[in-house]
Design a binder for this molecule. Sequence first.
Ligand code: ITT
Length: 198
Amino acid sequence: MAEKFVLATHNPGKLAEMKSILSGLGVEVISPAEAGVEVDVEESGTTFAENAMLKAKAVCAAAGLPAIADDSGLCVDALNGGPGVYSARYGGEGLDDRGRCMLLLRSMRGQTTRAAHFTCAVACAFPGGDTLTAEGRCDGAIAFAPLGDGGFGYDPVFLVPEKGKTFGQLGPEEKSAISHRGKALAAFAEKLGAYLGK
Ligand code: ITT
């Protein structure tokens, strides 16, 4: 029987990407709702890796199953690496994805560099205490206006220079082939394969 893993996220955009990227792995992945757990983890870490591990361990403990978490964010050079680990909370609770994109564009007015990158840290926690980690990064730039309605979060304002398109203009597979999450989960899949085969 395939081993079950809980994807420790409340973000539907992430959940869809994680499910699709991990689908080739030969393990069953389920949402927290499907596992019957509802865990609200305080992301008190100062790094993506710390926050990913906090989420993975909390959901693993609640579900009694291995859990895989993703902590990710957009790091903008002109904003000293911000919003970074605060990407989901940028501008406060009143804003939705669109509002955060517009706030970001406003804060970029007059900036001379628009360089930015997405980072994704993946952490997996097993009930016995073992853990696995991986990271991925995708470099790009902040667009001058939102383009495309694919993906989620900051996708419409994250420009991938070699594609001449924003993440929001890419299809799901095209995005995952180059994205921070695609790279982190590919690295994680290799480690998980080695771990499960051991
Ligand atoms: P969980 O903690 O429940 O997984 P979250 O959305 O709060 O959901 P994070 O704390 O990791 O997750 O915040 C990541 C934020 O960074 C996310 O809400 C988006 O705004 C942004 N982000 C991360 N990956 C992204 C991507 O692939 N495309 C666009 N925005 C992304």
